[in-house]
Design a protein around this ligand. Structure first.
Ligand code: FES
Length: 323
């Protein structure tokens, strides 16, 4: 597998960021405190030069905006689809696999910020839809809102292995999504279909008990397989599901597998793929605990096989490298 480690924000209007200012830049050796240039994964922009030209200051960060709630639709007991009126620019920026924002009640303090994957985008109307699963204090506060929501974004690192996803063309892909993980899988399916791929979609209703995104997948042209993938009592992927995925790779020619579900589900499927002879790209949802999204708080840190620690809210990496 190829080594893949780069900052999702490199070369965007949000780069250089706070990390550059504190000599912690993910990509630029000079902005890590070294005196030489050892640029890896060049993304068309010299981060150091951008920093110097900006008078050795970081770029303005992401702003918080207040959005009107256009629609709130309860799908099942704890799940609702929340549609917000944002603006066309933000809608265009968030119309990508892995896009997410932070939402909260405008009256609540900043630590109520809740990371939320973008489910659907309407670029023309500038609206954004989210699947909100009410589970704790922050999501309950969101579910109780009627008029306005505070939104901070855009962020894009909700999926790991984006490079494989974006480069995969005219092949066969298998997507496995469980529970509320169906929401970010819609953008993944759309991206793959637009690139001429055949997409089979395994949908597991999970704890929310409803396949709320099934119709969206059908409309995109995916073949749907409704199946329980994850055994929530044993906390493992069921043997039948593992057999099915293995068969899809070995006999049906699947060469990209996307997993959008709990960390343990993603891990089991990753281990299955690692043990197969065929070279299969593995892409999965970023299940880290996201708190600031800016690489500052450290809550999303994970460790790679080589022992290095990475902050997964900013770092694009090969999910196979995560321990
Ligand atoms: S979420 Fe704070 S460092 Fe990643």
């Amino acid at each position: 597998m190829h080594q893949l480690l780069e900052c999702i924000d490199a070369g965007t209007e949000y780069c250089p960021c706070y990390l550059a200012e504190s000599n912690e830049c993910i990509m630029c050796s000079q902005l890590q405190g070294n005196t030489f240039c050892d640029c890896r994964n060049w993304k068309g922009v010299c981060i150091y030069q951008e920093y110097i030209w900006n008078r050795s200051r970081i770029k303005e960060g992401r702003r918080e905006i207040t959005c009107r709630i256009a629609e709130k639709k309860t799908v099942s007991g704890n799940l609702m689809i929340l549609t917000l009126e944002a603006n066309r620019t933000l809608a265009r920026e968030l119309n990508e696999p892995g896009a997410y924002v932070f939402l909260r009640d405008p009256r609540d303090p900043g630590y109520f910020d809740t990371p939320m994957s973008v489910m659907m985008v309407n670029e023309e109307e500038g609206t954004l839809s989210f699947a909100v699963n009410t589970r704790g204090v922050k999501t309950k506060a969101l579910a109780g809102l009627e008029n306005e929501v505070s939104l901070r974004g855009p962020y894009w690192n909700g999926i790991l292995g984006l490079k494989y996803l974006k480069g995969f063309r005219r092949g066969k892909a298998l997507l496995v999504a469980r529970g509320v993980g169906q929401a970010p899988a819609i953008a993944v399916a759309r991206k793959l279909i637009l690139a001429g791929n055949q997409v089979d979609m395994v949908v597991d209703a999970g704890n929310i008990g409803v396949n709320f995104a099934e119709q969206y997948f059908r409309d995109l042209g995916c073949k749907i397989i409704l199946q329980t993938v994850f055994d929530k009592n044993k906390l493992t992927v069921s043997p039948e599901a593992l057999k099915f995925i293995k068969r899809q790779v070995e006999d049906e020619g699947v060469r990209l597998v996307y997993c959008g579900g709990p960390e343990l589900m993603n891990r089991d499927i990753k281990e299955l793929i690692q043990g197969l002879e065929q070279e299969v790209y593995f892409v999965c949802s970023n299940d880290a605990k996201l708190c600031c999204g800016e690489g500052i708080c450290g809550s999303c840190q994970t460790r790679l096989h080589d022992g290095n620690r990475v902050i997964t809210c900013k770092t694009q990496l090969n999910p196979m490298e995560i321990i």
